[in-house]
Design a binder for this molecule. Structure first.
Ligand SMILES: NC(=O)c1ccc[n+]([C@@H]2O[C@H](COP(=O)([O-])OP(=O)(O)OC[C@H]3O[C@@H](n4cnc5c(N)ncnc54)[C@H](OP(=O)(O)O)[C@@H]3O)[C@@H](O)[C@H]2O)c1
Length: 373
């Protein structure tokens, strides 16, 4: 029987040492995060290592219509006069295996002569998947699941949209301490302070679409633009969606500068989500009001809650959420807290659908490839 290691050796034996592939994957994930969080394509990063484990080239995907991360890394190598033959590719998402606007990334890696490919997350996209098998068939060593949790987190909204066929839904609420979103006379500007509002704008700039009900569109005449603290527009402006049967007035500020306006004269949340999925919306931010928020919650369509709570009491007025059909505490709609942040006088709580639970919406609504894209 072997002896248990003693002293420093024992401590060393129990401390997990990161491999050079994991270190490179961490770098690839950081590169991927530089890509846009919105848009139909996933954020992907790729690092090429020489046989000694040193980084020789890298790349990431900058959004639909630009080269994929693997192609960007191969181009980076060639621009430095480095032959990628025999290198190891460390890539955050399984290389795609199908023809879209560009050829399959798996083929590009095979043609470049890479020796091994290490992947964080397997591609769930039924059209693009198969890259790992294609690489293996070409005699290339492939491993998947390297820092998979971090990879899943980075691609959270995209993976959700591809796996379920409907957008990832974040519901934003800005409430008083007693859970109100407007005073008795309907006024709601402003419950939260400037830091919370500025934060909410940075979230708008990261999503594909923002939805409000027609009640909010008519009562508040919002612009639903993503604005910087000086009031100028962020480069990316999400699609602006108004859900409800009443028309959006001709002089509504929603028709002014900003993202495209889409009016869905609908009350059915499933139809709304299906229509947005067909427009390649991966991440939808629902900004209320209470009627629309309640409809999304009642349909079990909310994946993440962003609740900005101000130290303000209204006592009466409009509640953030209406009747969800919960009559006993065991039936409460529960989420898991991910993060709590103080923003000036206010607090932001980010909570998610309990791990492992999927929306109960029927079926998969649509699937898009990262190449259709
Ligand atoms: N503090 C905050 O975070 C916040 C955010 C937003 C709004 N608010 C406040 O909320 C108030 C407006 O509340 P609200 O509840 O009227 O706003 P809402 O939820 O934006 O709009 C409600 C309207 O949307 C339509 N609608 C869409 N889907 C529906 C569904 N599934 N079921 C029923 N109706 C649906 C209906 O209008 P149609 O008849 O046209 O179909 C309904 O009357 C305003 O005072 C506003 O200032 C506060």
């Amino acid at each position: 029987m072997t002896q248990a290691p003693q002293g420093r050796a024992a401590a060393h034996a129990t401390t997990p040492v990161e491999t050079h592939v994991e270190t490179a994957m961490r770098r690839a994930l950081a590169l991927a995060a530089q890509g846009p969080p919105y848009g139909p394509n996933p954020r992907v990063g790729c690092v090429l290592l020489d046989p000694g484990g040193r980084t020789v080239a890298q790349g990431f995907h900058r959004g639909a219509g630009t080269p994929h991360a693997e192609a960007a890394a191969l181009a980076d190598a060639r621009s430095r006069g480095i032959d990628p033959r025999g290198t190891t590719a460390v890539v955050t998402l399984e290389p795609c295996a199908h023809h879209g606007r560009t050829g399959p990334c798996a083929d590009a890696l095979i043609e470049a002569g890479v020796a091994a490919v290490h992947v964080a997350v397997a591609d769930p996209n039924p059209v693009a998947t198969g890259g790992a098998d294609r690489l293996r068939a070409a005699g290339i060593e492939v491993t998947t699941g390297i820092l998979a949790d971090q990879g899943e987190e980075l691609l959270r909204t995209w993976l959700h949209a591809v796996r379920t066929g409907r957008p990832y839904v974040t519901l934003k609420l800005a409430t008083s301490l007693d859970g109100r979103v407007a005073a008795q006379d309907g006024t709601s500007r402003w419950i939260t302070g400037p830091q919370a509002r500025a934060h909410a704008h940075t979230i708008r700039a990261q999503v594909d679409a923002i939805a409000v009900g027609s009640g909010t569109a008519l009562a508040d005449d919002p612009t639903l633009t993503a604005r910087t603290v000086d009031g100028s527009l962020f480069e990316h402006q999400p699609l602006r969606v108004v859900v409800g049967r009443r028309p959006v007035p001709d002089d509504a500020r929603l028709r002014g500068p900003g993202g495209e306006l889409l009016h869905l004269p609908e009350h059915d949340v499933e139809i709304v989500l299906r229509q947005l999925a067909e427009r390649e919306v991966r991440h939808l931010l629902v900004e209320g009001g209470p009627t629309l928020a309640t409809a999304f919650l009642a349909t079990d369509a909310v994946d993440e809650l962003h609740t900005y709570v101000a130290p303000v009491l209204l006592g009466a007025g409009v509640s953030a959420v209406g009747d969800l059909g919960v009559t006993t505490i065991d039936d409460a709609a529960r989420f898991t807290t991910q993060d709590v942040t103080r923003l000036g006088d206010d607090m932001l709580m980010v909570a998610r659908r309990a791990e492992g639970t999927q929306p109960t919406l029927p079926g998969r609504l649509s699937r898009h490839t990262k190449e259709e894209i």
